[in-house]
Design a protein around this ligand. Structure first.
Ligand SMILES: [Zn+2]
Length: 711
């Protein structure tokens, strides 16, 4: 089964929040995701592209690509993108100038870059973990603990099972038969908790997330299902093939389960029709209204009101069984609730049941071993890379165990200590800056300092596997069928997860794997996390000067802290409660500054697109706060070198400067596009002008009255 248990909605939400995060771990060259107001996840752009060679060719600015469509306009900040790379200087385009220098310098690390790029497209975490697993299996490496052994067992069992023609799938067959035998909504409603507990995909999502809009009390979250596995009606020519592949692939799986051809075709067609009905009634995960609803208190309704709107499907029975204490529910997708009675009504019952059957048979093709794999190849159109498939599967089920293990393999304590010292220095400097702040009242300063004093900080990886991901009490033995292993895990996590709902379990850190190239701030518990995956030479190194490290990772740390005080985070108190504790005057002063920042960024053009100052405000505030505080620490240290600081900052944002990188999508997400993020970021800092002798008339010049500094 697809992994559920602890993070059904969490997965949906985090996948949404992370956006390309899932890809980012393998394709590092991605920019950032859209972010909700509760969580800020940063992805770096990359020096190393997934498939590029080590010379950094992807990053070289081609003169003919330099923005013919976007001549330099002194009306805007952001520098001159009408110059060639050779002409670039800190006075006309700081970003291009520093990136060019960096690429030349990067040749010094070419062997390291080659090493990181030499193997196939598998991600660094996959390379490290699967190599260790192979060594453990071969007896060349000691198993560090029971949990890792279980992950190794699953990984090996998965590969063995995919290579076998003789998997016994009787247990799955009887699961499926018992669903096929369901006759009416009440019977289905009675069985929902059990189906959810056993990891079956259902035509809705009903779950909760620790600390999510909690205010001391957990709320359930109701949302649409994933409809991406089954085709819909009304497809154009292009989709006809995928429909025929859908029939062909699933017919093989259904036949292995004992269904005859006539019944199978009817079921598969019903599933398509029901999927179309769902698609007509849901919002997409990227719809701004959907994203907003996830953090909007007005989308929380009393549970009884939810029961009254949900058609013939008896959610009350489900909720009373699984979450007896639930009194409120967040409606993430309101059209899906509004249309519930036209979806879940008696005349659609068979269609819905057939959707459940089809979805769960198709997704679990690997329960059949090699014949299942062969059927699935029809859908995917090729032979799979079994090791990658097995790795994807362990990532889903064993992410806590693997986060802990990967961290231990890759991150020495000395590195954690180094980062922790930087964080301590930056928080101390942040406090000093707040004390000197000239627009907050004394009570406003006190509340900001209180929040800083209570901020939780996580570095690297979870030092202990949390209970939800600790499978040491489970069997999960060598040779066990994957279906049985997954059932054990799903039951364990579901039981713990439902129990935690009643215990009002708070949000805990490390909800995403430690190898993600990320840093994040969470408003709901006033914490920030610097992941192992971001501690690369793009941000920090023992070989770099302090100025370089503070310009790199230091700005990232300051950026995350600043999210506590950005346009969203400033509405949460030190414990993560949504409660405005600033005075009206403080809020007004803050808004005056943020309005100025919106104007500063708004409309700045690049490659025919332009920044939306409102949508990027929170990230621009965080960039500005991060730069200011990291610079302050760097200046206080011996051997401060401003050029090293600023250049290191630009290099964390290194990316190709071309139209394909700066597509329309790059202007739709919550961060400003990398090149402008770098240039406008430094243009707010007086030290930048001193360092590079930038004068009025230079393209990088911004009048002091137009510079905006908030934190
Ligand atoms: Zn951010």
């Amino acid at each position: 089964m697809k992994f559920k248990g602890t993070t059904l909605i969490c997965t949906a939400v985090l996948t949404l929040i992370l956006g390309m995060g899932i890809e980012t771990q393998t394709v590092q060259a991605s920019d950032t995701s859209s972010i909700d107001s509760n969580e800020h996840v940063e992805h770096s752009s990359a020096v190393i592209t997934d498939s590029g060679d080590a010379t950094g060719n992807d990053l070289v600015v081609q003169p003919n690509e330099i923005l013919d469509s976007h001549p330099y306009n002194s009306h805007y900040p952001g520098g001159d993108f009408n110059i060639t790379p050779d002409e670039a200087t800190p006075k006309n385009n700081f970003y291009v100038a520093s990136e060019r220098d960096y690429l030349q310098a990067a040749n010094a690390f070419s062997s390291e870059l080659t090493e990181q790029n030499s193997t196939d497209q598998s991600s660094p975490d996959q390379q490290v973990i699967t190599q260790k697993f192979d060594e453990i299996t071969a007896g060349d490496e000691q198993v560090p603990n029971e949990n890792v052994q279980k992950a190794v067992n699953y990984y090996q069992n998965y590969i063995d099972q995919m290579n076998s023609n003789n998997i016994n799938y009787d247990a799955f067959k009887s699961d499926i038969q018992s669903i096929a035998d369901i006759n009416n909504y009440q019977e289905l409603s009675n069985r929902l908790p059990e189906l959810a507990r056993n990891g079956f995909e259902l035509p809705f999502q009903l779950d909760w997330m620790p600390g999510y809009l909690a205010q001391g009390q957990n709320v359930l979250i109701y949302s649409h299902p994933n409809t991406g596995n089954i085709p819909s009606t009304g497809l154009g020519e292009d989709e006809t093939t995928s429909k025929s592949e859908y029939y062909e692939s699933n017919s093989k799986l259904f036949s292995m389960l004992g269904f005859n051809q006539t019944d199978t075709e009817k079921i598969l067609t019903n599933a398509i029709n029901f999927n179309s009905l769902l698609n007509e009634s849901i919002r997409s995960d990227t719809d701004p209204a959907f994203i907003k609803a996830l953090t909007d208190k007005s989308s929380i309704i009393p549970i009884d009101s939810f029961y009254n709107q949900t058609g013939n499907l008896d959610f009350k029975t489900y909720v009373k069984n699984a979450y007896p204490d639930a009194s409120k529910i967040l409606i993430a997708d309101s059209p899906f609730l509004t249309k519930a009675s036209s979806i879940f009504n008696q005349s659609n019952f068979e269609m819905m049941k057939d959707w459940i059957l089809t979805t769960n048979i198709q997704l679990n093709y690997y329960y059949f071993g090699k014949p299942g794999q062969q059927a699935n190849n029809i859908l995917t159109g090729g032979q799979p890379d079994l090791e990658s498939d097995a790795y994807d599967a362990i990532q889903g089920y064993f992410s806590d165990i693997l986060s802990n293990y990967y961290g231990q393999q890759t991150l020495p304590n000395s590195a954690v200590q180094k980062v922790t010292t930087m964080i301590d220095n930056i928080i101390a400097a942040y406090k000093q800056r707040i004390e000197k702040n000239n627009w907050l009242s004394d009570s406003g300063k006190a509340s900001v300092l209180d929040k800083l004093n209570n901020m939780k900080v996580y570095v690297g990886y979870p030092s202990k596997v949390p209970e939800k991901g600790d499978f040491s009490s489970l069997n999960l033995s060598q040779g066990e069928s994957i279906r049985d292993m997954e059932r054990e895990i799903n039951n364990y996590t579901f039981d713990l997860h439902t129990k935690e709902f009643s215990q009002y379990a708070p949000y805990t850190a490390w909800q995403t794997p430690s190898w993600y190239q990320n840093a994040e701030y969470m408003s709901v518990d006033n914490s920030f996390t610097i992941y192992d995956g971001i501690l690369t030479t793009q941000y920090i190194s023992d070989d770099y000067s302090d100025s370089q490290n503070y310009g790199g990772l230091g700005v990232v740390i300051g950026h995350e802290i600043s999210h506590a005080f950005d346009s969203d985070g400033s509405h949460y108190d030190k414990d993560g409660n949504y409660s405005d504790i600033w005075t009206r005057e403080d809020r007004q002063n803050f808004t005056n500054l943020t309005d100025k920042m919106v104007k500063e960024y708004n409309g700045v053009p690049l490659f025919g697109h332009s920044i939306n100052g409102e949508n990027t405000l929170a990230e621009n505030i965080a960039d500005n706060g991060g730069l200011n505080v990291a610079l302050e620490v760097a200046k206080s240290l011996p051997d401060f070198n401003a050029n090293e600081f600023f250049t290191a900052y630009a290099q964390t944002l290194a990316a190709p400067v071309d139209a394909s990188y700066y597509s329309e999508d790059a202007f739709k997400e919550s961060h400003s596009p990398d090149a402008l993020r770098a240039n406008i970021g430094v243009q707010n800092l007086d030290d930048f002008y001193k360092t590079y002798d930038v004068k009025p008339g230079d393209p990088m010049w911004l009048d002091p009255a137009k510079r905006v500094n908030i934190w």
